[in-house]
Ligand binder design. Structure first.
Ligand code: NAD
Length: 376
């Protein structure tokens, strides 16, 4: 197989494979072409890729020669124009939300895999980029809040008096929320966590967080461990509980998501208006609409002396470890589409390969994406 590693466009700083992982792929008889300075912003120079056994080439050469095209971010229009139907595109393009890209792949007969669609099964855990990147995001969000906050995270007993610990509220206790809980606890804050899935309560408590209870949530066993839309009555009770906690909080970290849907709105403008001046809201759900009514994606705004940070891509400001984790996940996935002789082998009988494939030969493969593109 000839794999082409593309340089990310725009502000992305990560790279889909670091040289250490390129070497492991070459050991599996894969030829790797790397676009000039692909790893530059992740502190991986071209020379390190060459040392690992890859060839450094121009972008167009990758589109001419590679069988598999790999990057992290969705393709831009220029890239889509250059992909041919006999090539395989692999990146993370959020097909449940970005249905336009799916339509472009379909109309051009492109075989595409979206790594954010890897099934959340035990076997696929080592390929789960969502978990890896959520780990980075949860950690970094807390550090950013700590730096911007006008008060300390931990309690201090000093000669100048006692400083009380900060109150942190975390909305959503998935991978990012739990990592944020652990990080904020390590920094000494009081951490309150809310999620509609009662199953996470034990995990929150084991990390030293306090669980904000709201009874009557709808949970769907068929949703594969994910949250589902809630009733109006529950939403009203939830709003009351979150509001009460928000007013006492110095930091709110929003991580609540529902796959394929707009992120649930949990913090209204009215609530922000009543929060303590100097408080910080970090909204990791910003690119899916945000959990806070005032969030603007990729922007830092100030409203009534509350700072609201709409940031969904903290991994891009932690490029080295984020690339390392992403690359290991990709490597484990690529092994599934490689034969022992190092040839490309798309085995659609494999549940992970089938579930991650979004389009192939003019058809939508992934069942959940299929129902969305039909409805649009
Ligand atoms: P996610 O990013 O989809 O959502 C983040 C959190 O937001 C979830 O915990 C969700 O319950 C919560 N949420 C949604 N709506 C909410 C609302 N209205 N109010 C409050 N919270 C709300 O979640 P994720 O981190 O990707 O994890 C989702 C599930 O997948 C979890 O059960 C996790 O254990 C599971 N998982 C499985 C694997 C695996 O087996 N490979 C790997 C990672 C995660």
């Amino acid at each position: 197989m000839i794999l082409g590693l593309l340089k990310e466009q725009g502000t992305e700083t990560r790279v889909a494979l670091l040289p250490e992982t390129v070497k492991s792929l070459i050991d599996l008889k894969t030829e790797v072409l790397v676009e000039v300075s692909a790893g530059e912003n992740a502190f991986a120079p071209d020379s390190a890729y060459v040392e690992a056994g890859a060839k450094i080439v121009q972008r167009d050469t990758i589109f001419e020669k590679a069988e598999v095209l790999l990057q992290i971010q969705p393709p831009d229009n220029d890239s889509i124009d250059k992909i041919s139907p006999d090539q395989v595109w692999i990146s993370a393009f959020n097909p449940l939300w970005e249905t336009e890209i799916v339509k472009q792949f379909l109309s051009k007969n492109i075989t595409s895999f979206s790594l954010d669609s890897i099934p959340r099964t035990t076997k696929a855990q080592s390929m789960d980029i969502l978990s890896s990147m959520a780990t980075v995001a949860g950690y970094k969000a807390v550090l950013e809040a700590g730096l911007r906050l006008p008060v300390f995270f931990p309690m201090f007993m000093t000669a100048a008096g006692t400083v009380r610990p900060a109150n942190v509220l975390i909305l959503g206790a998935g991978v990012a929320g739990l990592q944020a809980t652990a990080t904020a606890r390590r920094l000494g804050a009081q951490v309150y966590v809310f999620d509609v899935r009662s199953a996470v309560k034990e995990e929150v408590l084991s990390l030293g967080g306090k669980f904000v209870e709201v009874e009557g949530a709808v949970e769907d066993k068929e949703a594969g461990g994910y949250a589902v839309e809630q009733t109006q009555e529950y939403k009203a009770r939830q709003k009351e509980a979150i509001d009460a906690q928000a007013l006492k909080s110095d930091v709110i970290i929003c991580t609540a998501l529902i796959p394929g849907k707009k992120a649930p709105l949990l913090i209204s403008k009215e609530t922000v208006n009543k929060m303590k001046p100097g408080s910080i809201i970090i909204d990791l759900a910003a690119s899916s609409g945000g959990n806070c009514e005032l969030t603007e994606d990729n922007k830092v705004i100030t409203h009534n002396k509350i700072t609201i940070i709409g940031q969904s891509n903290y991994p891009a400001i932690t490029p080295l470890d984020a690339s390392r984790m992403f690359g290991k996940n990709v490597f484990n996935f690529l092994k599934l589409i490689l034969s022992e002789e190092g040839e490309l082998n798309l085995n659609f009988n494999d549940e992970i390969v089938k579930g991650t494939c979004i389009t192939h030969r003019g058809e939508v493969f992934n069942e959940r994406v299929k129902s969305l593109t039909k409805n649009n």
